[in-house]
Design a protein around this ligand. Sequence first.
Ligand SMILES: C[S@@+](CC[C@H](N)C(=O)[O-])C[C@H]1O[C@@H](n2cnc3c(N)ncnc32)[C@H](O)[C@@H]1O
Length: 210
Amino acid sequence: MPRAPAVDSPAGWRAYYRWTAKRPPRELLRQLLTHLEWEGGTRRRRRAVDLGFGAGTDTLELLRHGWQVLAVDGQEGAGRFLERRVPPRLRRNLTIVIAPMEEVKLPPVDLVYASFSLPFCPPDRFPKLWSGVRQALRPGGHFAGQLFGDRDAWAGQSRFTFCRREEVLRLARGLRVELLRETDERGRSFRGPKRWHFFDLILEKPRRPA
Ligand SMILES: C[S@@+](CC[C@H](N)C(=O)[O-])C[C@H]1O[C@@H](n2cnc3c(N)ncnc32)[C@H](O)[C@@H]1O
């Protein structure tokens, strides 16, 4: 039988985009958007970065909710996938950048969204990436996304980043933790059965430093 391509190879990601393109927007994003819309606030168009946007479903959801989005992904295939899916009326609010996310200087934003993408940054580059995420958040801005835990089935892969709960708490220091939810369960990835261990996070940068 032919071997499946590596999860993070271009062919592996293309298979992932096909697998996820029809899924609805992620529950974590919907929860955050509902919360922010309920909160109301600013009249200016809100700006978001979507790091590792993949098939682009959540980028589209942000655009539909009126956000201006900088969508970053390392794969040309992701860019082509998303471009085909964006309705013309939403295009002017979208900028796509194809580059390693840890190398992109992020502009000031109201939301850094990173759904199942930060863990694919190699551990030696992760501190720079995380510091860029924190810096990009405007006061009152949010981070939402996931970090992989150390009991995840992929935890042996040295090119990905995995965190223990204490490390997650350390990364969140100085930000207000609105959600920290740990999942450790048997489930599926697009490659078959898999043990998932990850942390869902919603963090807010305080309007005034504590
Ligand atoms: C598991 S997918 C998640 C996609 C989407 N956010 C979702 O929730 O379905 C991870 C995405 O991150 C991208 N990615 C992985 N490492 C990256 C890096 N260092 N810089 C930019 N994008 C990266 C991959 O190309 C892929 O599209």
